[in-house]
Design a protein around this ligand. Structure first.
Ligand code: ADP
Ligand code: MG
Ligand code: MG
Length: 251
C-alpha cells in the first residue's frame, strides 16, 4: 500500500535536510510502528506523507497503491485515503467540531464522486463513533479542539479517522498527553479500525502504546534514517535498553 523509496526531504525555507534516505514498505492490513528519539524526523515524515508545503522532497518517491503522490496536494491525498492524526492538533476557533467533521466527510465523498450524507445519516455515524470513543456529543458543539484537554484532542483525531475511514492512517504520537484510561479508549478505537484493507503508521516515542496497538513491524528512525527494523519485540528491546544501544550499533 505504501512504499517510501530513498526519501530525502528538507525544510523549504532554510534548506535544512531532515529526512536522509528513508526506505519503508507498509502492506495493506499492516500496522507499522515508527519509533525514535525526539528530533529524529518522525513528525516531518508524517507531514511529508500528508503533503505539507513547508517541506521539499529532494530525492526519492512516495508510492501509495503503486502511484507517486508527491505531486498531489494535501486535499487530494486525503481524498485518496491518506489520513494524518496530528501530534499537536490545531485549535480552530469559530468552527464547531461537528461542522468541521461534516464538511470533511462530505468533501471526501464529493472528491470520490459519492453523494453527500444527509444530516440524519451523518449524525447517526457520528453518534456511534463518538460513543465508541466515549466522546460526549456536547463536546462536538464546541469549536474544534478549543479548550479540549490533551486526551480530548487525541480522541477527536481518532473520531475524524473513524468517520473518514482512510486506507492509510498515520498517527503521530497519539499517545502523548493521554492518561491510562484515555490510552485504552483511543487504542480500542484504533484496533476497531484495523482490517485487511487498511494500514497504519503508528508513530510513538514509547513502547506503552504498542502494548495496546500491537504492531506487525517496528522501525527505528534516527537522524532522518531508519536504522533498525524488526517485529514487535524490537519495541520491548528499546524499552529495556533505551535508544542509545541501537544508535551506537548503527554508528
Ligand atoms: P520528531 O517528531 O522525531 O521529534 P521532528 O520531525 O519534529 O522530529 O523534527 C526533526 C528535526 O527537524 C528536528 O531537529 C527539528 O528541529 C527539525 N525541523 C523540523 N521542522 C522544521 C522546520 N520547519 N524548520 C526547522 N527545523 C525543523
Ligand atoms: Mg518530537
Ligand atoms: Mg514529533
Amino acid at each position: 500500500m505504501l512504499e517510501i523509496k530513498n526519501l530525502h526531504a528538507r525544510v523549504a525555507e532554510t534548506g535544512t535536510e531532515i529526512l536522509r534516505g528513508i526506505d519503508l514498505k507498509v502492506e495493506a492490513g499492516e500496522v507499522a510502528a515508527i519509533m525514535g528519539p525526539n528530533g529524529s524526523g518522525k513528525s516531518t515524515l508524517s507531514y511529508i506523507l500528508a503533503g505539507r508545503e513547508d517541506y521539499e522532497v529532494t530525492q526519492g518517491d512516495i508510492l501509495f497503491n503503486g502511484e507517486s503522490i508527491l505531486e498531489m496536494d494535501p486535499a487530494e491525498r486525503a481524498a485518496s485515503g491518506v489520513f494524518l492524526a496530528f501530534q499537536y492538533p490545531l485549535e480552530i476557533p469559530g468552527v464547531a467540531t461537528m461542522t468541521f467533521l461534516k464538511t470533511a466527510v462530505n468533501a471526501q465523498r464529493k472528491a470520490r464522486g459519492e453523494s453527500e450524507l444527509t444530516t440524519p445519516d451523518f449524525l447517526r455515524r457520528v453518534k456511534t463513533s463518538a460513543a465508541d470513543l466515549k466522546i460526549d456529543m456536547d463536546m462536538l458543539k464546541r469549536p474544534l479542539n478549543v479548550g479540549f484537554s490533551g486526551g480530548e484532542k487525541k480522541r477527536a483525531e481518532i473520531l475524524q479517522m473513524a468517520l473518514l475511514q482512510p486506507s492509510l492512517c498515520v498517527m503521530d504520537e497519539t499517545d502523548s498527553g493521554l492518561d491510562i484510561d484515555a490510552l485504552k479508549i483511543v487504542s480500542d478505537g484504533v484496533n476497531a479500525l484495523r482490517g485487511p484493507d487498511r494500514a497504519f503508521l503508528v508513530i510513538t516515542h514509547y513502547q506503552r502504546l504498542l502494548d495496546h496497538i500491537v504492531p506487525d513491524t517496528v522501525h527505528v528512525l534516527y537522524k532522518g534514517r531508519i536504522i533498525r527494523s524488526g517485529d514487535k519485540s524490537l519495541a520491548l528491546t528499546l524499552e529495556n535498553e533505551g535508544y542509545a544501544q541501537i544508535i551506537g550499533e548503527a554508528a
